[in-house]
Design a protein around this ligand. Structure first.
Ligand SMILES: [Zn+2]
Length: 213
């Protein structure tokens, strides 16, 4: 699942994974977990993310390789937040090939930049479980009761930096995938339910193209 920060990609990825009973593999979640455990590499990575920068490819690729080696991915999985660079995309192709997984279906959740800035500026996240806050009238996380905080990486300047980094690094990843028969684009500016239903149909269609079920 691809898309710029603020497109709702993470929410859609989580929803799709739940509905299809597939594991959702989010490099952000894996990093947050490692940070809670005090892993020094993960802490260094978080500092970079807080500045709106990308974490280096080798570290992220090794995180994903470890995760894809677990048996629960055999029937399919949803990747959220990976790959973010062409080097990561190439590494993913090699991993899928080596592990006998695939084919890879790529969906881009597309939203125009002014709408992304508007969305990101007001976004808050749970300091305990990492869930995005949907309501503005409370400081308490609905799923877990944790405290909601403005994300460190959501201050306006950092938002613009993140979008710039996205344009520079992740756009080429879309170009890397664009000509594949399993590449799709969904309009992420629509209501989340509408995005979800279009996305479901697109993925079923992409699966059918490849003759898998
Ligand atoms: Zn929470």
């Amino acid at each position: 699942m691809m898309g710029p920060p603020g497109a709702g990609k993470g929410t859609q990825a989580g929803r799709f994974a739940r509905e299809r009973e597939l594991p959702k593999i989010s490099t952000g979640d894996i990093l947050r977990e490692a940070i809670r455990e005090g892993n020094p590499t993960a802490l260094a990575a978080k500092e970079r993310m807080d500045r709106g920068e990308l974490v280096d490819d080798a570290m992220i690729i090794s995180i994903v390789a470890d995760r894809l080696a677990k048996p629960d991915v055999k029937a399919g999985f949803v990747l959220d937040g990976f790959p973010r660079t062409v080097a990561q995309a190439q590494a993913l192709d090699e991993l899928m090939e080596r592990l006998g997984l695939g084919p890879l279906i790529v969906v881009d959740v597309a939203v125009a930049e002014p709408e992304l800035v508007r969305r990101l500026a007001g976004r808050r996240i749970c300091s305990v479980c990492g869930t995005n806050a949907e309501r503005l009238d409370t400081d308490t996380c609905a799923p877990c009761g944790g405290r909601l905080e403005q994300r460190a990486d959501d201050e306006r300047e950092v938002v613009l930096e993140r979008l710039k980094v996205y344009q520079q690094s992740t756009r080429p990843v879309l170009e890397y995938y664009r000509e594949r028969p399993t590449f799709r684009v969904v309009n992420g500016a629509q209501a989340p339910d509408r995005v979800a239903s279009e996305l479901n149909a697109m993925i079923d269609d992409a699966v059918a193209v490849r003759g898998i079920s």
